[in-house]
Design a protein around this ligand. Structure first.
Ligand SMILES: CC(C)(COP(=O)(O)OP(=O)(O)OC[C@H]1O[C@@H](n2cnc3c(N)ncnc32)[C@H](O)[C@@H]1OP(=O)(O)O)[C@@H](O)C(=O)NCCC(=O)NCCS
Length: 196
């Protein structure tokens, strides 16, 4: 299958707080992004990712899981999520996989939307423990923001624990602002595309 890659060295080619890297060019959605420093790819999840996703869940430390108190890190959820990638238009998941070429390696990150049919969908993101703090979260968030913009969304909503300073700093770099708190006392943040 012919694939177009956007080549991206996000450590050296990141121009601005909210902007995408200068060489980040995608003609349409669903193209893969190749991350040079990691030899990793970001692409939409597909139904064949169930086992890869199960292993990703299994690899997450207690500390990382505690950030998502109600998230089901189970085999059943991995299977359901992979299936939903083909059947549920309200959910969109993108995975980062290790390895530049097929066969693909392990799943090392995931960014996902729910409420995608709404004007302003919700976003979640998790990076495998061994790959955190290496720029992958930033690249995956850039990919997701780009997808939402390309789809004509009005913005993106998310919540984050008040203690999760790293995540807040990442979101802040993209222009997310805190607009309140949710019922659990987490910060509610929005990135608004309306006035761009
Ligand atoms: C939060 C998370 C998505 C960030 O992804 P990452 O790949 O680890 O982070 P990156 O290396 O891309 O760093 C991106 C930005 O985060 C910020 N950041 C990273 N580490 C930080 C730290 N220790 N303290 C404050 N800010 C930090 C910086 O702004 C950084 O950008 P910069 O390096 O250009 O300054 C990832 O660590 C993760 O999945 N953590 C566990 C789950 C989680 O917290 N999810 C979010 C729930 S709301």
């Amino acid at each position: 299958m012919h694939r177009k890659f956007a080549r991206l060295d996000f450590k050296t080619e990141w121009p601005s707080r909210t902007g995408l890297p200068q060489n980040w060019r995608r003609a349409h959605m669903h193209e893969e992004i190749l991350l040079k420093p990691h030899n990793a790819r970001i692409r939409p999840m597909n139904p064949a990712d169930a086992e890869r996703m199960r292993r990703f869940y299994e690899s997450m430390s207690g500390e990382s899981r505690d950030i998502f108190p109600n998230y089901p890190f189970t085999r059943e959820h991995a299977e359901q999520a992979a299936k939903e990638s083909a059947t549920d238009p309200d959910k969109r998941r993108y995975v980062a996989v290790d390895g530049e070429y097929a066969p693909e390696g392990a799943m090392i990150g995931m960014v996902w939307f729910w409420g995608w049919s709404k004007r302003v969908p919700w976003l979640g993101i998790m990076i495998a423990d061994d790959y955190q703090n290496r720029g992958l979260g930033k690249a995956m968030l850039a990919f997701a923001v780009d997808e939402a913009r390309a789809a004509g969304k009005g913005g993106i909503l998310l919540t984050t624990a008040k203690t999760n300073v790293r995540a807040q700093s990442l979101y802040g770099r993209f222009g997310f602002v805190t607009i309140g708190e949710d019922a659990r006392g987490e910060y509610l943040m929005i990135l608004n595309f309306d006035h761009e």
